[in-house]
Design a protein around this ligand. Structure first.
Ligand SMILES: *[C@@H]1O[C@H](CO)[C@@H](O)[C@H](O)[C@H]1NC(C)=O
Ligand SMILES: *[C@@H]1O[C@H](CO)[C@@H](O)[C@H](O)[C@H]1NC(C)=O
Length: 441
């Protein structure tokens, strides 16, 4: 609503304004002349009524605007249209379905999980801050893909308390799939606060919201295999003590496990932490090595391969996205209920942690991975092999997934060869014909 003063400002010369004030002696003369007859009195009364009526209408529209749109300063969040989209996206379309808030929904795993839930008839609402960590264009395309399937993604940050409150006011979520995070290991050297902002502060803001809900949702969230830290014992098991974290990313994920444990004990929130290992596949993260190997090989640029002096090649435990999605969905389905309400604990609730890694073809050597990519692309890689000397920890992260197998029925079925083939197929399609993005599913 424009302030009333503005209506009295009239331009005197370009770019300058003077205040237009009716002068009092002119007013007095006009007053006497005008009220000389009863006709004029009636006329004035009519004008007054008309003015009051239009003023009230103006104030009313102004208030409506204030409450539903300008109050939320980012793109109509909280508006009537916004609420409609959120509600429609959260609608459950199957018996015993769940309604899930997916954070980081425009991310790699988030997109796949949101799509899987929506496809089976669950209600899904996404939230994502579309940060610039690996360029926003892939995230925007993933969003378009989800929206084409009826999943609405709110453009916002999990640190925004008002946004979260508004979302929980609009939908009584039964579950939260918390995948929003600052990822990457080397990025932490130059951007330490980004990890604290997303992985610690953002996590607490989200848990506060879940804790305060009248009917607390169950929370499933992304921890990381990196919490095993500098560890030479293989395979990693959930019961192993965690070692000193090797990166800020790992520290904040380990901190997240402590924080979620606290919320579970104090407020009765049902918590499931998933320790993801190296997840790969279509719509994957461009900052990951398999992605950049594929890009370089397809463009004919060299790739750097590290080799330690005893000829053992650095390898990671790769896990295909479809297998991970099954683990995520099974975690939601078996989460058990939170017990608290409005910030008060009413009983104990489950606290679980699972390794989501691979067991069938792991660990994998880097040259083996490069050979698969070469075959899938039909091109030869130019390799810069760098011998690594010195005291570098190149242990094979080999994961024990028997707990997830037992509790979640988690059973990865995609071996590296077929998984990477599917990735390369997607890669060539995505970067070859950008206009056909949405026909993939
Ligand atoms: C891919 O090529 C770029 C330069 O074109 C290089 O900076 C990068 O390290 C290469 N990626 C890998 C994984 O070797
Ligand atoms: C794997 O994990 C399960 C469950 O946590 C545990 O009982 C088992 O001893 C572990 N196996 C190995 C080889 O560490």
């Amino acid at each position: 609503m424009p302030p009333l003063e503005e209506a009295l400002l009239v331009p005197s010369s370009p770019g300058r304004f003077k205040i237009y004030r009716p002068q009092s002696h002119i007013m007095n003369r006009a007053f006497h002349r005008c009220f000389a007859s009863t006709t004029m009195v009636l006329l004035w009364a009519l004008i007054l009524i008309a003015f009051t009526a239009s003023y009230l209408t103006f104030v009313d529209t102004g208030n409506r605007y204030l409450h539903h749109s300008s109050f939320w300063d980012h793109g109509g969040i909280g508006g009537i249209q916004w609420e409609k989209k959120v509600r429609s996206s959260a609608q459950i379309l199957r018996a015993d379905g769940i309604s899930v808030l997916v954070t980081g929904a425009a991310g790699f795993i988030g997109t796949h999980v949101a799509l899987a839930l929506k496809t089976r008839g669950d209600g899904v609402v996404g939230v994502d801050n579309f940060d610039n960590y690996y360029g926003p264009s892939l995230k925007r395309t993933r969003r378009a893909l989800l929206e084409a399937h009826g999943v609405f993604i709110v453009d916002g940050d999990i640190n925004d308390q008002r946004l979260l409150a508004k979302l929980f006011d609009t939908v009584a979520f039964t579950h939260v799939m918390h995948l929003a995070a600052q990822v990457g290991v080397r990025y932490g050297v130059d951007n330490p606060y980004s990890y604290v902002h997303s992985n610690v502060a953002g996590l607490v803001t989200l848990l506060e919201q879940c804790k305060c809900a009248g009917r607390q949702p169950a929370v499933v969230w992304a921890s990381s295999g990196s919490v095993y830290g500098v560890n030479n014992k293989a395979p990693f098991s959930e019961s192993d003590p965690a070692n000193p974290p090797a990166s800020l990313y790992a520290s904040t994920k380990k901190t997240g496990e402590e924080i979620t444990h606290t919320y579970n004990r104090l407020y009765g929130l049902s918590i499931t932490g998933l320790r993801f290992f190296t997840v790969y596949g279509p719509w994957g993260r461009p900052d990951m090595v398999y992605f950049s190997f594929t890009r370089n090989i397809s463009e004919g640029t060299p790739i750097t391969v590290y080799r330690v002096k005893d000829r053992v090649d650095l390898a990671r435990d790769f896990i295909y996205i479809d297998d991970v999605v099954k683990g995520c969905v099974a975690s939601l389905d078996t989460s058990g209920k939170s017990t608290g309400s409005g910030g008060k604990k009413k009983g104990s609730a489950p606290y679980r942690i699972f390794n989501l890694g691979n067991s069938i073809s792991s660990p994998v050597t880097v040259p083996a991975m490069v050979r698969i990519l070469e075959d899938s692309l039909g091109m030869k890689a130019k390799m810069d092999v760098t011998d690594v000397t010195g005291n570098v920890d190149f242990s094979f992260p080999h994961v024990n997934i028997s707990l997830a197998q037992k509790e979640l029925g988690y059973n990865p079925t995609t071996d590296l060869q077929s998984g990477l083939r599917k990735f390369v197929k997607w890669y060539l399609w995505y970067y070859g014909k950008p206009s056909a993005h949405l026909n993939q599913f």
